[in-house]
Design a protein around this ligand. Sequence first.
Ligand code: RAM
Length: 531
Amino acid sequence: MASVCILDEFHVHKNEEFLSIAEELKPDLIRTEVTPQRLLKLERNEHPEPEITEEEPVDHLKEKVLKKDDSIILDFGNHYVGYVTLELASVGSHQDAPAYIYLKFAERLDELTTDISAYNGWISKGWIQEEYLHVDVLPEKLVLPRRYAFRYLEIKVLDVSLKFSLVVQDVKLQSVSAVREEMVPAIQTEDVLLRKIDQVSIRTLKNCMQLVFEDGPKRDRRMWLGDLRLQARANYKTFGHKDMVKRCLYLFGGLTFNEGKIPACLFLEPEIEPDDTYLYDYALLYGSVLLDYYQETGDEKTLQDLYPVAIRQIEIGLTYLTEDNVIPDRSGEFWCFVDWGEGLNTQACSLAILIYAMRYGIRLAECMKDTQTKQWLSEKIQVLKQSAIDHFWDEGKQLFVSGPDRQISWATQVWMILARVFDQEKNRALILHTIEVNPRIRMVTPYMYHHYIDALIRSGEKERALEEMKRYWGEMIHDGADTFWELYNPFNKYESPYGSVAVNSFCHAWSCTPTYFLRKFYLTEEGDVKK
Ligand code: RAM
């Protein structure tokens, strides 16, 4: 289970001006009507993945007369986010009892055969998309109030009566997103898998682009800073919705707390509010979102408004340093996320991410012509790079270690490379050595894999980066992904940080970045993929 930090003190500072800038940039959602594609029958087997035993055209739907315990499964053909309307009717004698029905919305097929009653995870099972409904009067056009993220819908009759049966005459979905997929030209490559990886990345991003960049439309349906950073990068290369990034930057900048910390995430309803969680790494990464945005747009006003917020995160980050210039191991005051890997020690990563954030701070200061800030950051970064080597570099092993047990993980090496503690040549040797050693503490989220791919590219291993991308995201596709998942450990495909995959999100923003890498580093001017 993750460490959830509840703060003793929590004072929010609202910057009304920033919030009103964000409000004006609120997007209009594009609504599209979608109909189911086919009817399915499934069979549970010994694998978690059920088998499709029968398929029928969807126009057979109306002919199905459903009695107690009968069910139908509708396949919408792809992953969507939106609102569902059911048209229900009865046949037989007059409806003499409520129709009692069960609905289950699933992003993946195996969610339909998972035994939910066994769920015992540490986050709310309220996230599981299921409904128990009584319909007193038929016919009824049932407009469901919740927004769902799904591809499959199961409708099960829990009970009717001996005298009447239920008929589902029609099911409609109104899908919502701030963008349209058709806006993005496909990449040109003979490599079918790469084309598919690109498409699935784009759909993942699209389905997470709602009134803000959400992390996952099924769960948590809020905006996390770490996810936003990667979504923004993929968005520049695809939908190019720059105002959406601007809106999100102002929302985070306008809702800081205590000494000016940026919260790890924002809730959107009933009003936008910060969560009382501070993630050390996420707050520090705000500056990189801002610099990316400025480089994409040249928007001076936004840079000037939000620069102080970004630098403040670095100042706060530095206050956690010990006299020895390291971040204490999980001080209890904060959570440094990095990855969901079981047992991952994040002490060395905390320092690496601080250094990484300072690199961005220096570049922001240059854009602002703030020589004073640039100078103190440049001096301090040298001290911290040396400290990283002194405290965490193991000369014998030729790897970085972390924490009191000198743990060796993939994540630590990757973040030290991105922090540029060493030069490119040494970084290259380090990443190749890491691949060879294959540390037991692996990466399990596409978020961490993003940073691994980035580290390979920055160390001059572009071709290998492409192979790794195909291996990881490609395998998710082989495993049936319509949109990329929150967590994917190829060595343990049913891993969950929450105690059960039933609450994992299978359309998760931070996994959408292959399209960013492909379009930023591999496309020729003609739009072809080049290695
Ligand atoms: C998960 C969310 C989110 C992530 C945080 C740290 O709960 O899915 O995407 O940013 O963890």
